[in-house]
Design a protein around this ligand. Sequence first.
Ligand code: NAD
Length: 320
Amino acid sequence: MWIVPEGEIAGLMTPEAAFDAVEAVFAAMARGDASNFPVVREAIGHEDALYGFKGGFDGAGMTLGLKAGGYWPNNAKHGIINHQSTVFLFDPDTGRVSAAVGGNLLTALRTAAASAVSSKYLAPKGAKVLGMIGAGHQSAFQMKAAVRFGDFDRVIGWNPHPEMLTRLADTAAELGLPFEAVELDRLGADADVIISITSAFEPLLLDAHVTGPTHIAAMGTDTKGKQELDPVLVARSRLFTDEVAQSVSIGEFQHAAAQKLISEGDVIALGQVINGQHEGRGDAEVTIFDGTGVGLQDLAVAAAVVELAKQQGKAIEVAI
Ligand code: NAD
């Protein structure tokens, strides 16, 4: 099998390659060529950690495997980031393990790529103001991908822990864009595209905050119980996701679905818009993309990285 260490990923994977891999796999899922397996994600009762597996099989790309890992909120004391994961790939012809790939940076890149793909298809025309909710590790990747693939001229942001807002200010400065910290009512009124990427367990962005044509990429909720958006806001919006079953069970739409404000039939797979099977935004005022994070995203970027690592002599071969 091949090993691609975490430390090599930054030199191998580009935001463009991640964007292309994620867009392609969302399209393959909507065509029925690729499917995700049910997600296992559990609170292990130690270190407040959420641990699990996300797997799938892409019969078009012939990629089989899983990502194992999760979210350890207290990792700062170890000097490492809170999200820790590894992707394992298997030979679909034999079942033998074929690769182990560091999954931390890949997760950030593929998650940021997913919201950027959603904005490409769903953002209101002429979107210029990017609103960020969340200022943790992932937020910088989200902002960078949004700016790289969009046409924003300023960034506004809010975070439940204001002391973390320096990350957003620094990232915007790196991108050459003005940044302003604002309250949520300003953010919801001014931003054309809003990305939420927090670990919240109750609504942050309320229905009354959001006015005018807006696209919201809700990226933080990937587990039962987590929540970033007001279910009333969800109920009045046009809804998209990576994987419909995940969105109403572990994603942002779980709450509106549980309250019977929406049903699974109201949620459209983004891949359908990519494939031209659905019009996308249409005349909706607010669109929401619920980025729950699917295993096939991880497998797609990991498979691409293994090929690049082999070509560039950066993959380590071990017998198993
Ligand atoms: P982080 O720990 O670096 O930052 C956490 C963020 O959430 C900060 O903005 C913090 O202020 C906020 N926060 C923390 N506790 C909170 C609480 N109780 N209520 C409200 N806000 C709170 O985390 P990160 O690596 O930036 O990840 C952010 C979230 O994104 C996590 O919940 C993670 O599980 C999720 N995530 C989702 C995907 C996906 O594919 N959808 C992928 C990766 C990460």
